[in-house]
Ligand binder design. Structure first.
Ligand code: GNR
Ligand code: NI
Length: 171
């Protein structure tokens, strides 16, 4: 297994929209190895989610594990949000692609997501709380979207200026 470099802002590939994962790709040993390497990379960071876009792969899949002890590793291939709750939830988000920046983001509290698992088998999962926040954050990555895009122009501007400053200081 090996760690994969994570793209950081302002890398332009973070803004790319990923294409669907092709049928049969789950049977490719290289794809399974990529998933294992992504889990290793996410746990090492440490992070609770990692989208293909962040490791410079433009195919629609992501991994998530919001547990403390690596207890619920989830793979979502070609994820689609089928339903979202009216209730919203605010969570202070961060992103491995914008290190050092954290801000409150409002998203649906609960969602129903349809996807394929790592073996290519379809499933539907209802999630809420932190897991729902994380799944929405990761699906955004597949569409070239970052959590700072959910902020008001003023707050986004402040976050980006802070990020620039951190980078100039060598963080
Ligand atoms: O590790 C991560 N933590 C996190 C916290 C709040 C909301 C979303 C996240 S996802 C982030 C890892 C990451 O950047 N995934 O794309
Ligand atoms: Ni992220």
């Amino acid at each position: 297994m090996s760690l994969i470099p994570i793209l950081e802002l302002p890398h332009p590939h973070l803004r790319m929209v990923a294409a669907d994962v092709a049928a049969g790709r789950a049977a490719d040993p290289a794809f399974q190895r990529l998933l294992d390497d992504m889990f290793e990379t996410m746990y090492a960071a440490p992070g609770i989610g990692l989208a293909s876009t962040q490791v410079d792969v433009q195919e629609r899949f992501m991994i998530v594990d919001v547990t403390d002890g690596h207890e619920q590793p989830l793979v979502f291939i070609n994820p689609v949000i089928r339903a979202r709750s009216v209730e919203l939830r605010v969570h202070q988000e961060g992103c491995l692609s914008i290190p050092g920046i954290f801000a409150d983001v409002t998203r649906a509290d609960g969602i129903e997501v349809e996807a394929l698992d790592r073996h290519g088998k379809p499933f539907v999962m209802a999630v809420d709380g932190l897991l729902a926040t994380c799944v929405q954050h990761e699906i955004d990555h597949l569409d070239g979207k970052l959590f700072i895009d959910h902020l008001s122009p003023l707050k986004r501007d402040r976050a980006l200026k802070k990020y620039d400053k951190l980078r100039r200081q060598g963080h």
